[in-house]
Design a protein around this ligand. Structure first.
Ligand code: NAD
Length: 497
């Protein structure tokens, strides 16, 4: 493998098996099961990931539990110091992290850079914990001379289970806030893309968190089940598909843990006849085809309101046709492969089904020619017209660059269509009417709403929304929600006599 000319030095460093990270050391896994990690653009194996057993999970969790008492007694403004160092290290290695990420995931380099930036944003947020974690006091709150206060305390060991589509960013939605609050942590990266976190953990090691405070275990569902049922894990943050989210929510809560599950999506983008297409078309294209459609915030169904909006179809198809596909490390490439050949086959299955049910392809991405990458898992931009809301290509999450076009007569009809979906992750409206935009944000049942932008991605200081089958739990990831999730609010009532 090490003679492979496509591999850059950053990934070569990780040849062989990916390790776990416990007590500030990289530890060889003793797992018997392993998976190959593949570069989806070239179809070459670039690493092997161990699938940790329950015994290994137990060792990692025990280490985190042992570290908890001392870490929670470390004053918050000391706890933030390794985060400042980690921020500097992430900035210094920013480009290299993005390049590693492209090689295991396939997204284009600029999108990889953007996602590393979002990870760093969450470190910066965690640096404000001394202010964010403060409690509240009310003198004479209970009665004259009796004061009442709420103090916030960390809870114990938390873990996150991450999806494949944002290998650097997603764990950072959770662990920096939890650890800065005084909890200790176990990260479980996606087994499809473990190299990026392995790389980042080298920086976490250098940042100098005390032993056992931030740990990593690699694996699949067996590993996750061991985390979900471990008595010392107090809370689980999950990001992934809806069917798995349900399992995580049910199993985690049955085992008396706090659980937050950010799950799957099927997002509607509504275009009003008055939308400013010149200003909005590039942004729409990025919503539907960015990250090769593998974003939980990606547009999937394009809803055109009234006859006027039809004028955009031709332009939308033309813009999609011009998207340049290829290897994500090439700066001129606009769309990479999907994550794997297995995923490609699943997406092609949806397209065949859509055709069999009477859908018409305005753009067919089934056999894209990508020069130099014949073995890659590529699916080109695909646009369906003449579909109905009950077809699986409209209702189900495809997680690829496949768009359906739906036509309605009015905004009210569009909102009913959007709200008919079992999912509620994100939805966007393109319009120049403030009244229409307000109606949309008021009535649409989705957790992240975009007005004249197609990827409503909340910054680190806002919670990441999600409703219906796109989210199980009550407190979301990031921001104050994240802090509430991983702390207890204790009430103290004091009378001095
Ligand atoms: P996935 O559900 O297949 O896997 C996610 C994680 O769950 C992985 O770490 C995997 O090891 C683990 N897992 C898989 N099966 C399991 C099981 N039976 N029991 C326990 N753990 C199991 O998701 P994916 O394909 O990696 O990621 C894509 C999905 O993630 C899409 O549905 C996408 O919409 C969703 N997603 C949601 C958000 C959000 O914020 N709502 C963000 C990103 C991605």
């Amino acid at each position: 493998m090490s003679d492979n000319p496509h591999l850059l030095p950053e990934v070569k460093k990780h040849y062989g098996r990916i390790t776990n990270f416990v007590n500030n050391e990289f530890v060889e896994s003793d797992a018997e099961r392993h998976l190959d990690v593949t570069n989806p653009a070239t179809n070459e194996t670039i690493a092997q990931v161990p699938l940790a057993t329950a015994e290994e999970v137990d060792r990692v969790v025990q280490a985190a539990a042992e570290a908890f008492e001392e870490w929670r007694e470390t004053p918050p403004h000391y706890r933030t110091q390794p985060f400042y160092r980690l921020k500097v290290l992430m900035e210094k290695n920013y480009e290299e992290i993005a390049r590693v990420l492209v090689q295991e995931h396939g997204k284009v380099i600029d999108e990889a850079r953007g996602s590393v930036r979002r990870a760093i944003d969450n470190i910066e947020f965690a640096c404000s914990i001394p202010s964010l974690m403060m409690g509240e006091t009310l003198e004479d709150g209970a009665a004259a001379g009796i004061d009442e206060e709420v103090i916030r305390q960390p809870v114990g060991v938390f873990a996150c289970v991450a999806p494949f589509n944002f290998p650097a960013m997603v764990p950072f939605w959770f662990w920096p806030a939890a650890v800065a609050c005084g909890n200790t942590y176990v990260v479980k990266p996606s087994e499809q893309v473990p190299i990026t976190q392995n790389y980042i953990f080298r920086l976490i090691q250098e940042a100098g968190f005390p032993d056992g405070v931030v740990n990593m275990v690699n694996g699949d569902k067996e590993t996750v089940t061991a985390l979900l049922t471990h008595p010392l894990i107090r809370g689980i943050s999950f990001v992934g598909s809806t069917p798995v989210g349900r399992i995580i929510y049910d199993t985690g809560s049955t085992h008396h843990k706090r659980v937050q599950c950010q799950a799957g999506a099927k997002n509607y983008v509504t275009v009003m006849p008055d939308a400013n297409l010149d200003a909005c078309l590039p942004n729409m294209i990025s919503s539907f085809f960015g990250n090769t459609g593998q974003r939980c915030l990606a547009g999937a169904n394009l809803v055109l309101v009234g006859d006027g909006a039809n004028r955009m179809v031709e332009r939308f198809v033309e813009a999609a046709r011009r998207i340049r596909m290829g290897y994500g490390l090439d700066e001129t490439v606009q769309m990479g492969p999907v994550i794997s050949h297995r995923s490609r086959q699943r997406i092609l299955g949806f397209i065949e089904q859509g055709l069999a049910q009477g859908g018409k392809l305005l753009l067919d991405g089934r056999n894209p020619k990508v020069e130099g990458y014949a073995e890659g898992a590529f699916v080109g931009p695909t646009i369906f017209d003449q579909v109905t809301p009950d077809m699986p290509i409209v209702k189900e999450e495809i997680f690829g660059p496949v768009v359906t076009i739906l036509r309605v007569k009015s905004l009210a009809e569009a909102i009913d269509l959007v709200n008919g979906s079992p999912y509620g992750n994100a939805s966007s409206i393109y319009t120049t009417s403030g009244k229409a935009a307000r109606q949309y944000r008021y009535r649409v049942n989705a957790g992240n709403i975009g007005v004249n932008l197609g990827i409503a991605a909340p910054m680190a200081f806002f919670p990441f929304g999600g409703q219906k089958d796109s989210f199980f739990g009550d407190l979301h990831g990031q921001a104050k929600d994240g802090i509430n999730f991983c702390t207890d609010r204790k009430v103290v009532i004091t009378r001095w006599v």
